[in-house]
Design a protein around this ligand. Sequence first.
Ligand code: C2E
Ligand code: MG
Ligand code: MG
Length: 582
Amino acid sequence: MTSYEQERLSALKQLNLLDTPPSESFDRITRMASQLFDLPIAAVSLTDSDRQWFKSRVGVAHTEIPRFKACCGEVADTSGMIVINDLLASPHYSDSTLAHSGIRFYAGAPLVTRDGYTLGAMCVLGTEPRAITDSERSALRDLASMVMGQIEMQHAYGRVDPLTGLGNRSQFLEDLDDRGRDTPGRPVFAFFTDLVDMSQMISIQRVMGPAFLDKLVRSAASHLQRSLPDGVRLYSVSPCQFVHVIEATDENEAVRLAAAWRAVLASLAPDDSASMMMRPAIGVAPFRLGERLAEDALRIAHSACQDARHDETGVGLYSSEIDALHQRRFLLLADFRTALTQAGQLRLDYQPRVDMKTGSCVGAEALIRWEHPLLGNISPVEFIPLVEQTRLARPLTSWVIATAVSQAAHWQAMGLTLCISINVTALNLEETDFADTLIAALAECNLPASAIELELTESALISNSPAASSQLAALQAAGISIAIDDFGTGYSSLSYLQKISAQVVKIDRSFITSLGQRRRSQTLVKSMVNMAHDLGYSVVAEGIEETEVYDLLKTLGCDEAQGYLLSKPLRVDDFERWLAEH
Ligand code: C2E
Ligand code: MG
Ligand code: MG
């Protein structure tokens, strides 16, 4: 296959016309051709690698014929008009499929794209030999041009952003794919420009109406396009967002360019409050043509732009590390949903809590463990904060509560009196049925309220939302104790301690672990313990790793101890063994 033929076929494929249903806009032209020539057959015939396919036809039943010895194929090969007055008299076509089917006359004008590729022919056919006049020739050429006009218009439709007249995302992706084929491996940068912060966009629209933004976008598009080097095309990929690609290798230079374009955009804003909300950000992403899918190039440039939002300069350079982190977070969230429903990935381990006066184990904290089928152990420190931000917080806690409560019931049946503390997130307190469900779960297992305790962080407890307050009140009315987890890390002011209702303070391990060496920490912890006691709280120290620290806390009057010194969190059977030994 010649390279012209290869390019011709790729031009044809790109138009996405082959094997599409008939359309009136083409049929209209074909009917006109048939009438004009007073011939029974007319067609818009596209030349694929091995067939002639009819986008539109009059007087033919089939939708395609083999390309071999088809007159339209010759039009595609020669890019010229072909007229055969009598097929039977033609040495080449006398034994063709067309001639065998009774066709004697053929005239076809080439369908040529703007780039000079002949896609096929606008043709008329007859069952009698015939000649063609000059004016008929030019009419056939005109009809071919009309067909091409229609093809190009259809192609442009859905590729141009009506607001700015710029190519849209589909056009960008297609052009980038083309460049990847033409000059694979060439280093380039994609620049993703975001005119307005999404949240601000809504406020602007709300206050100023949509026309204001339209104007802003149009003006930004034309200024930005004019600032770009000659030949660089700007695309509008979504409302208020543009993208363009330039060839360059130097990152610093690319960032410098982005900063300059950003300055151009920032200077456009007239001096009013709506324009102050316009904060352009530009993301810069280096890649090699053809080595990344166009979609992915757009994605990484967009991701750099998101980072730019958090940078004072308003310009962000793509970082594969940050990208990998986001990808991993996304993947973990998706997989966590599965983990919640598939047995075997999640389990609770239990870390003993010891009464410091008697030295005996009075309870355990239930801590979730996730064994990911591919990635292995994922720490709750990594996935809990992600899950907590999503609707998965609810099923997560439901799973933890169901598992912990049934474990507590099992231990109670073994004659063990333990209080199991369960970690709960702020979002759980917003659930209107949270307390009721928990109380019902305890009742179903015949467990007293003292069998469990809920651990919440300071920020969850301080939220002040009426829904959260009513859940907390219901829990406490049922006798379920609430512990303030990670105490000391959240709020600088301790005044909230008198406002919230909880029974237990768990001093964060950041104060505890190095207590032995630090006098200041000792003073701090001492006053935490005293103040908590004065306010009627019981105090737990978490993160005890050394005997010295344990002893110190004991003298300070701390009630309970938890930490690696006593035991790490243990699997259920290890925990039972540990209990038996202590
Ligand atoms: P947390 O509730 O403050 O739990 C205590 C964490 O400190 C646990 O980490 C525990 O293994 C660790 N730890 C205990 N003693 C020591 C010690 O002596 N030294 C050191 N270095 N660490 C100690 P883990 O299990 O990785 O859990 C981390 C956090 O994840 C928890 O902090 C909690 O906020 C969250 N989390 C764990 N399980 C759940 C759960 O079931 N639900 C919810 N919502 N959050 C959970
Ligand atoms: Mg905890
Ligand atoms: Mg804690």
